[in-house]
Design a binder for this molecule. Structure first.
Ligand SMILES: C[C@H](O)CC(=O)C(=O)O
Length: 329
């Protein structure tokens, strides 16, 4: 059989259906409590438009009952007026997404009907025990007119049977996308392959796409993202300079350098790194530091590593950190 020309050297061709989501402000908000200036978010928005990125996740729609409004920045709540101050009515082809956490958002009351909102997509983030609420959230957002995505977090800690039960329930919802989320940066490429194939098994026949959201604890976020793409993930998350919680995410500059669709342009991304990400490094820290390597290897939430790196004097006490977390786990 003659192979499809697209399959001979797929890394020099492209899949038109593959879409990229920028999660810089949303995941990066977990580093600075969402205190990004309007100018930063505006510059990122224009960069995403110029770079041909498909979606920009501009923040969370978090509950103001659960989180104090004055302790967090604008992008934790993404009120419609705040977002419009930066993007106007968004007269571009870049779609805007917000994330809503199960258990931490007022999804019954906080979502406007789509025709009155600047948002296009709601991504529902949940842990496996919150699957039932997440399915209700997805249905509610869909009924209001939004595209929806199901992001099962911390999948590296869920059992096989829990993942399967979750996917069965999510498959029955209107979610267009189901994302493999490696919250702890714990997964290796072989595991990514298995998970993407498993997710596709539930998603594909219902017309849903599979996505990938990788963390960089073991410096595998880019490699795992490529692996997910190879096995059929068509929705891909990345952030500028890898900005994101703890070790950060798959760097956008690497991802766009890898993708071959001519609609993507890398130059505006370098401009954004130069103008906005490098100055930010002087204020906040993210990246695959040793404490994050350790929590990734142990398949643990990065919170202990984040805590350990808070005090600059203690940052290099790797052995003490290693001994503590291995004694606790
Ligand atoms: C579900 C989201 O992608 C949340 C997140 O960033 C995570 O890693 O978990």
């Amino acid at each position: 059989m003659t192979p499809d020309p697209k399959d001979i050297a797929p890394w020099i061709t492209y899949r038109p259906e593959l879409k990229v989501l920028d999660c810089t402000v949303r995941d990066g908000g977990l580093v600075n409590d969402h205190h990004f200036s309007d100018d930063f978010v505006k510059a990122l928005y224009h960069t995403c438009v110029e770079a041909g990125i498909d979606y920009m996740e501009i923040g969370y729609k978090a509950s103001k009952r659960v989180f104090q409004r004055d302790r967090f920045g604008t992008w934790k709540f993404c009120d419609e007026d705040d977002v419009r101050r930066v993007v106007g009515d968004n007269p571009t082809s870049l779609k805007l997404a917000a994330m809503m956490d199960a258990g931490k958002s007022d999804w019954k009351t906080d979502l406007l009907p789509k025709d009155r909102s600047v948002f296009d997509m709601i991504r529902v983030a949940f842990y496996v025990h919150q699957t039932v609420e997440a399915c209700e959230m997805i249905k509610a957002a869909h009924e209001k007119g939004y595209e929806t995505s199901a992001n099962l977090m911390a999948v590296s800690q869920a059992t096989e049977v829990e993942i399967e039960q979750c996917l069965e329930l999510v498959a029955e919802t209107p979610a267009q996308v189901v994302v493999v989320v490696d919250s702890f940066g714990a997964l290796y490429t072989e595991q990514i392959e298995r998970l993407v194939k498993k997710y596709l098994g539930y998603a594909k026949e219902r017309g849903k796409e599979v996505g990938i959201h990788a963390h960089n604890n073991q410096q595998l976020a880019f490699a795992n993202t490529i692996e997910a793409i190879i096995h059929g993930a068509n929705r891909v998350d990345a952030s500028m300079g890898g900005l994101g919680r703890g070790a950060g995410n798959c760097p956008m500059e690497l991802l766009i350098g890898f993708l071959r669709n001519p609609k993507f342009r890398i130059r505006p991304i370098y401009q954004f790194l130069q103008d906005w990400i490098e100055p930010l490094r002087a204020e906040v820290e993210w990246g695959p530091y040793v404490q994050y390597n350790i929590t990734g290897q142990l398949n643990l939430h990065p919170r202990a590593a984040i805590e350990a790196r808070k005090n600059p004097e203690d940052r290099n006490k790797y052995v003490e950190f290693y001994d503590r977390v291995t004694a606790e786990s």
